[in-house]
Design a protein around this ligand. Structure first.
Ligand code: ATP
Ligand code: MG
Length: 502
């Protein structure tokens, strides 16, 4: 593989590679290839050569796509940085990644300057400060570079994880990882030469970057929006007759509240967090081809993906692993049989060769592969159920309780809309299981539905081991959530503490 784009251009130069919904511009693969060449020349002039790490600090836009392929063409490593992080967080990533330069845009120039020193900064827009160089975003000189042929197992990208469980980790990803991920995904979702895949996710997250790289490998069209806004995304889906879209669950919820999705859509890939049961049910009612998916940066996005039929039949599952990916449930170093809960361990060609930090790599890999830090089980049919993170585990009286398992039981109660389960300090048991319960909408309040903490506990006792039954049950109108829509566990513990103090 020379770079991620060169062969595609030879195979289908006139196919549409990229659509920018904001400027309404389109590029064929031949156009994109020229622009990538021009960008690669500018980067080479700046001194970028093979193996150098080039940081990108910008939101999704066509220039971002050009840069990704231009950096690859020089045999260098692209390092997309999260434009929403604070300067101190970015400084840590700049140091960890050992950047040779940082490319920004007008909107991120101030942040780039605040974090980059001593690394030079170039802007693809006109620089506002003398300290920032200019990397023209238009094809000014038609010069070309010779693509650097690299080993398919050398890193082409360094992606940071989201930092949910600690500081974000720098993940090395290779051309082989991207190719395997694109192939594996195509075996589950299919590829049509006329596919148009909308990418409202940021390209500094795996879900966003993978849409762009896959579309280039498939020879299909990536449609970009700058950031996510339900109204704009829905317009773009209709306007460009999109056939696919990648989203996180909260985005899908907002899209469905905004209006109907176009009939052109053949897949709605939803991941990054559990797809709530009621969202899957809404998709079933409204004929939305939803594919709930489990993935992560270290696996170049998807690990397992449920088809709409699987999701509608069983809303809690993320389906079977993609074709080349192997998932083993491990506890205490040994694989567990179907149905038993343990850590999900993944292996296969989409899995990173490792983090940039060898200590982190040594800690994460074992005989069965990469330890995800996620807890779940594989059912008898081979479908995966992700329950929660290992770090969310509650230890009560020496027994492990996985909150996701208790949440599943609580949610199955007809008078419960949703619930969160956390551990709170307990003088006797170390930790005690506590639940925040949101009563179902049609039951006006906990009092009116007659649902009491005792009822909830009795319901759980019939379905769970005694130590897993929530000792404390607090009724709330809604669950505390983080900016990304996941349950805010610290706030949930706080809420339990408040209620029990009363
Ligand atoms: P960090 O590794 O720095 O703590 P992170 O794990 O949140 O951050 P990502 O790689 O962006 O970083 O996210 C992957 C994680 O997202 C998975 O390990 C898993 O915990 C969660 N996740 C993804 N899809 C699902 C899903 N369908 N159901 C439950 N959790 C999911
Ligand atoms: Mg992680």
């Amino acid at each position: 593989m020379d770079d991620l784009l060169s062969r595609r251009v030879r195979a289908s130069p006139d196919a549409t590679a990229l659509v920018d919904s904001q400027s309404e511009r389109e590029w064929t693969f031949a156009d994109l290839d020229d622009a990538v060449d021009a960008t690669a020349c500018r980067l080479a002039e700046l001194g970028v050569t093979a193996d150098d790490r080039v940081g990108i600090l910008m939101e999704t836009r066509p220039a971002f796509v050009r840069l990704v392929f231009a950096v690859a063409r020089l045999g260098a490593v692209v390092v997309p940085l999260n434009a929403r992080l604070a300067p101190s967080e970015l400084v840590a990533q700049r140091e960890a990644a050992d950047l040779i330069c940082l490319v920004c845009e007008g909107d991120t120039e101030a942040d780039a300057l605040a974090m980059a020193e001593p690394v030079p900064v170039v802007s693809i827009d006109k620089p506002q400060s003398a300290a920032v160089g200019h990397l023209p975003s238009v094809d000014t000189d038609s010069t070309t570079v010779t693509p650097v042929v690299r080993d398919p197992t050398d890193p082409v990208a360094l992606m940071f994880t989201s930092g949910t469980t600690g500081a974000p980790k720098a993940v090395r990803l290779t051309p082989r990882n991207f190719l395997a991920s694109a192939t594996a995904s195509a075996f589950r979702l299919g590829v049509d030469p006329d596919d148009r895949w909308l990418c409202p996710l940021s390209m500094y997250h795996m879900g966003g970057l993978s849409v762009v790289v896959r579309s280039a490998l498939y020879g299909t069209t990536a449609v970009l929006t700058r950031g996510f806004d339900a109204d704009t995304a829905l317009d773009a889906l209709h306007e460009y007759d999109c056939t696919g879209v990648s989203l996180v669950p909260t985005m899908l919820k907002r899209l469905l509240a905004e209006g109907d999705l176009p009939d052109s859509l053949r897949f709605v890939l939803v991941g990054g967090a559990p797809t709530p049961r009621d969202l899957v049910e809404t998709c079933a009612e409204r004929d939305v081809p939803v594919y709930p998916s489990y993935g992560m940066t270290e696996a170049t996005s998807q690990i397992a993906t449920a088809t709409p039929r699987e999701a509608f039949e069983e809303p809690g599952t993320v389906g079977r692993p993609l074709l080349p990916t192997e998932v083993t449930v491990v506890d205490d170093g040994s694989p567990l049989p179907a149905g038993e809960v343990g850590e999900l361990v993944v292996a296969g060609p989409t899995v990173t060769p490792g983090y940039d930090d060898p200590d982190q790599t040594a800690e994460a890999f074992g005989p069965y592969g990469f330890h995800t830090g996620d807890v779940g089980y594989v059912d008898e049919a081979g479908k995966i159920h992700v329950l929660n993170r290992r770090s969310d585990r509650i230890i009560t009286g020496g027994e492990n309780v996985h909150p996701g398992e208790v949440v599943d039981v609580l949610r199955s109660h007809p008078d419960v809309e949703t619930a969160a389960v956390v551990g709170v300090e307990d003088p006797e048991w170390g930790e005690r299981v506590a639940a925040l319960v949101v009563p179902a909408e049609d039951t006006e309040s906990a009092d009116e539905s007659g649902l009491t903490a005792d009822d909830v506990r009795a319901y759980c006792r019939d379905r769970l081991a005694g130590y897993k039954v929530p000792r404390t049950v607090v009724f709330v109108d809604s669950l505390p959530r983080t900016a990304s829509g996941t349950v805010d566990r610290a706030a949930a513990r706080e809420r339990v503490a408040q209620a029990t103090d009363l």
